[in-house]
Design a protein around this ligand. Sequence first.
Ligand code: SF4
Length: 336
Amino acid sequence: MPWRRTRDPYPVWVSEVMLQQTQVGTARPFYDAFLARFPTLASLARARAAEVLEAWAGLGYYRRARHLHEAARTVLREHAGRVPDDPEAFGRLPGVGRYTTGAVLSICFDRPLPVLDGNVARVLSRLYALRAAIREPGGARRLWALAGSLVPMRRPGDWNQAVMELGATVCTPRSPACGGCPVRTLCRARRLDRVADFPPVAPRRAPEAVRRAVALIARRGRVLMERREGALLAGLWEPPGVELANGASAAKSLRTALASLGLRARLTRSGQSVRHAITHRIITAETWHGALTGAVPRSARLRWVDPPHPRVPLTALARKLTFSSAAATTFKRKRS
Ligand code: SF4
């Protein structure tokens, strides 16, 4: 991987942030495209937030992009554009946690700091037959302490990458390749013939079911989009909509949401829904055809968007919605 062939902290940092919630194969093309667009930390720091979100579109978990952007600006402003090699200073940057600090500073600056991700936790739990789950606070504490006690003073970055790689390629969740494992003679779980018992499985939180009503409003092949505000997906665009409270009328709630944007429209239920899973939520978006009965106000929060060439960062739900059969019907109704 290109990020394993450099010790330049900027690309290593970008890769670590991308890989936090994204598989290597998925992240790779985004990584290449992101660095082609923002080749240096200074170019990222000077970019507009919308450009950064656009480059991130499709990777999800947009808070990572916002934090990375803010952090690049902070490095430019407070550290003369040089990524700080001090764990305290680096760890204070937006979005930088213990894992990112350990990964970037051990790989790029030989700081003997541990990393702990799912792969490392699995390897350590099996090697030491330790019943500690990374998702549980007590388990994470024990695993961090163990990881910290093992990091060597020499080439700590190579060590961290080796353990992560071992977990990703040999000591995999199902069917680990113990026969070819370089640490098999040290592995307690293998000696006890209890590999499958480690790490213990922590109960997963059940995803929350969310109902949403969305208005599909089209004009000359473009769809009206709203820029999201608030904690979740702020700065990304999607067709105007509203989350529905239990038992709430979708039509009424959607009309109120449109009115708050200065929009008036005749709404017709399309009869089609789009399902979308995000973090811990499963969203069912009921789609409504919207025919404007008034002008669209001038507002930085509203924009007509051409779905194949959006020029603004869209949410994944927006992409699903605009290419759904409900949207196709909206376009057809608009033409007829
Ligand atoms: Fe994992 Fe098997 Fe190696 Fe133990 S011997 S670390 S269980 S791959």
